[in-house]
Design a protein around this ligand. Sequence first.
Ligand code: AMP
Length: 282
Amino acid sequence: MKTETTIQGLSASLSPARTARKMIGFVPTMGNLHEGHLNLVREARKLCDTVVVSIFVNPIQFGPNEDFDSYPRTLEQDQRLLAEAGCDIVFAPTVEQMYGNKPRLTNISVGGITNDLCGLQRPGHFDGVAVVVTKLFNIVQPNFAFFGQKDYQQLAVIRQFVRDLNIPLEVIGVPIARATDGLALSSRNGYLSAENRAIAPAIYQSLKVAEQQLLAGTVLSEVLQNIKSALTDAGFVVDYVEARTTELQNIEQFDADMVLFIAAKLGATRLIDNLQVKYPAS
Ligand code: AMP
């Protein structure tokens, strides 16, 4: 496995694969890798000849009071894990390599679906994601790109601009990887104190309880309220608890497949999770 830190170096490393028309799979990450990321790499390995993983903590997707500076950076450990998972090339550029030192005047702003859920709590976040992912797509030029359903709204945003802008690749969504107690794996879980780590699985538990209540016929508004109460009682500060269709449209009652979304804080750590709930076939 090679590590490249420059765009030129990456192009040179990818050149034989491109010439031989090999299928290139790409997994963008911010590093501090866990099984969730490694699952994406394994999916890429199954479908593609050459697997590229980027590790880049993207400054422009963090708000002024967010954790850009303290975000965990663990490149050596990540390289070890990636080699084991079957990655061929790690692309780990500096901020300067990605953004240069001239001002960036172009933005990519996806309407509609970004004015909701995390988009309301984190203004500019999805623009920052769209810009960096587009730049990475242009740099790597993959055939397939792999993203986790953990960040469901992000995946929808990426699918949208790939379609809108005719970016020539296929986006693959990969299911959420969880710890044995149900907590969705996240680099931010490392911020949790031991006490809060023990509370954190309540998010997934509340989603599973909600699913049971919906299937038993409890009305959606009550189910959402029950999640909020359970999380607040457990010690969370709830950012949002919402239900949407799988296409992120509003849904008033459980009459189609839908997704339950939670964002909640434990201390200073903001956690997100979601659960797809299938509408039972009649
Ligand atoms: P990040 O490093 O947090 O930017 O995540 C990089 C990619 O890994 C994104 O596509 C995430 O959705 C995905 N990812 C992160 N955590 C998980 C998880 N627990 N399960 C599945 N995918 C994940």
